[in-house]
Design a protein around this ligand. Sequence first.
Ligand code: A3P
Length: 273
Amino acid sequence: ISPKYKFFREQGLRPERQLPSALIIGVKKGGTRALLEFIRIHPDVRAAGSEVHFFDKNYAKGFQWYRSHMPATLEGQLTIEKTPSYFITREAPHRVHLMNPSTKLLIVVRDPVTRAISDYAQAISKKIDMKPFEQLLFVNGSIGSIIDTSWGPVKLGIYSRYLSRWLKFFPLSQFLFVSGERLVLDPAIELRRVQDFLGLKRVVTEKHFYFNSTKGFPCLFKSEGHSAPHCLGKTKGRNHPYVNPVVLQRLRDFYRPFNNHFYQITGINFGWA
Ligand code: A3P
């Protein structure tokens, strides 16, 4: 039992589980874990620790099941969950809308080229005999051919396509687009936007972060589960494999029109070259 709950109990307050009012729906490898760990420092935020996969894999289990996977909250506390595959799940927008049409939706987006390599780095860490990136990227396995848009790491980076599906159910004002790049460079600025969007007091600030030069990422001085400084785990901030610059350029050219479309829809230029 955490000190927070000991306190609640002593006050005669009984926490209850609630369905989430905010979701981090994506994108995979965008920095979703970092965002969740950072926002849950806030005393008025309670988060499900692991990905619940309700709106994709576990929907048939029902909303009671989903609620039972949420942490207990007190009045005034916000429940949040993150499962990055929601963003790309066809049925998810409708299902989330059925749960609560005013659900706040957060999406961490990152340059789709880097995101694709990050996705591949994760895949190869689980399966050592993976073919090289270039070989999987092109339809005929070589740079002379076209990019394989059915390959997951490529397909997921076409953000505008997935976002359009969500926009059939939710107005743009219900989304917050968090820059994965800025979440690394200046987490406090992104967290200020997140807290404002969620209607929270600005409690998480630059005071909570320090840059760990060994890790190469911002880390936390303390959080709910840790009183000592700590970084995200080893699976966050992996080394990326070398990719030939010519290949990178092909990928950049491929994404350019899709990125521009995404900037147009969101009204934000994320500046991916
Ligand atoms: P890499 O491992 O490719 O660097 P997700 O949590 O959505 O899977 O995203 C993982 C990515 O979060 C990492 O990708 C990393 O770049 C990014 N990230 C953002 N802030 C981070 C932080 N403070 N510590 C570690 N990784 C962070």
